[in-house]
Design a protein around this ligand. Structure first.
Ligand SMILES: [Zn+2]
Length: 442
């Protein structure tokens, strides 16, 4: 995956954020009334026989607009390539949109074309519009890349698939597409040592001081992850968290640069939990954890030993919470050592005769830290993060990856205690190993 190394601070930027002095300046607009202009400046993607893209006089107030149809599920879109933007700045793209019988996937949607310069923020999108609706405005905020370029798509369907598969069918009309710098009042922005938070102001329910205290907790998390792994992502640039209106229900947030925070998640609940329980926020700690995966933090060609980053994103979090005696909420609150939460999953699995769950395996990994201390993980991860995939050899299944981690942990434990240690044999029963093997080879 291509990564963006973005310079965060511009000379004139004060602590309040990443805006140019003159915000809301219109960068681009198209009401589609000039057919020739449209043909020159938009790329049309309609790869299916069932799809069409037309410029018709059915727009807002009877003006011209773009009509995209597809009777089968797919991705049909027009894309605008823009240059000359301020690098590393929040921009807002908005459009008027009307739909008829739009169904499935991510519906009718604005997004950044990931084949442009946005591979680090591939999921960012406007609200998904389905069914039959009258004209309304949709929008999304995004961060321009370091070259000051962007590719904005007005689409029916989305190329990536989360659980809904992305692709959609039906008819959508687009009109009055507009790109401005994100208006100052449209995002609540706070910065800390390692983080930039930019969220919908409607979701802020505590004072700046509390938000800053939470960001300091995220700074500590960042530093704990660095201590555990020996690296930082994006060359040490701050990690941005940006709220987005376009995300599937059930997701808290999605990793990337920026980390995207679901506008429909209980963002206020997290703030009050932080204030009253010192709950640092499982969802965000997890996503920051993903950003520290070897592939992102070190580069392509690293981290092939990692068979499931859902486990390791949480595992990084477990270390940070333990180190700082911090709290995370999962039905109830877990303070500091959070092994009890993962033990529940382990017990449930073992009762059914399997270890077919990331959380259950997570528990067994934490058990190793309980016996040998977190230092075995620091040593093992530091080494693994510096070892290119080519030197790790080829893995034919996930169990071999698990054994690779165990090998590095055994070496680390041997160094720490001063005699030969086999972590696999000392920390797992033969029955557990059989169950893990079964879970990781299917
Ligand atoms: Zn995840």
């Amino acid at each position: 995956m291509k990564r963006l190394l973005l310079l965060l601070l511009m000379p004139f930027v004060a602590s309040s954020g990443l805006y140019a002095a003159d915000d809301t300046k219109e960068i681009f607009c198209d009401d589609f009334n000039e057919i020739s202009f449209t043909k020159q400046h938009w790329t049309i993607d309609k790869h299916m026989l069932t799809s069409s893209v037309k410029f018709v006089k059915e727009g807002v107030d009877g003006s011209r607009c773009v009509k995209i149809s597809n009777s089968e599920k797919g991705v049909v879109k027009i894309t605008k390539h823009l240059t000359g933007l301020n690098p590393n700045t929040f921009y807002r793209v908005s459009a008027k949109i009307k739909t008829e019988d739009v169904a499935e996937g991510r519906g009718a949607i604005l997004y950044l074309d990931v084949f442009g310069h946005h591979s680090a923020q591939p999921w960012n999108a406007s609200r998904f519009v389905y069914g039959t609706t009258d004209w309304q405005e949709v929008y999304m905020d995004f961060v321009s890349d370091k070259h000051g370029e962007t590719y904005v798509s007005c689409s029916l369907g989305f190329p990536g698939g989360t659980y809904n598969g992305g692709k959609a069918k039906g008819t959508v009309w687009y009109d009055d597409v507009k790109i401005t710098e994100t208006p100052k009042e449209a995002l609540y922005v706070r910065e800390s040592k390692h983080m930039v938070l930019a969220i919908n102001p409607q979701h802020v329910c505590v004072d700046d001081h509390t938000i800053d205290a939470w960001l300091q907790a995220l700074d500590k998390t960042y530093e704990a992850y660095e201590e555990l792994l020996g690296v930082v992502p994006y060359g040490g640039d701050k990690i941005r968290i940006l709220s987005t209106p376009g995300m599937e229900a059930g997701y808290w947030a999605l990793a990337g640069d920026p980390i995207l925070w679901n506008d429909n998640a209980d963002i206020k609940g997290l703030q009050t939990n932080f204030k009253t329980h010192n709950d640092w926020g499982f969802g965000i700690l997890h996503e920051i954890g993903h950003v520290f995966s070897a592939g992102t933090a070190v580069g392509d060609g690293y981290g092939s030993w990692n068979w499931n980053d859902e486990i390791f994103a949480n595992f990084r979090m477990s270390y940070a919470l333990d180190k700082y005696e911090a709290t995370m909420a999962q039905q109830t609150f877990y303070k500091g050592d959070n092994i009890a939460y993962y033990k529940q999953a382990y017990k449930k699995c073992v009762a059914k005769g399997n270890l077919d769950s990331g959380d259950a395996i997570h528990y067994t990994l934490m058990r190793i830290a309980e016996i040998y201390g977190w230092d075995v993980y620091k040593k093992a991860f530091h080494k693994l993060y510096q070892t290119p995939d080519s030197e790790l050899g080829r893995f034919s299944n996930n169990y071999e990856k698990f054994l690779c981690l165990m090998k590095y942990l055994s070496e680390a434990a041997t160094e720490i205690v001063g005699y030969e240690v086999d972590v696999t044999r000392n920390c797992y029963t033969p029955v557990e190993l059989e169950m893990i093997k079964k879970a990781l080879t299917k």
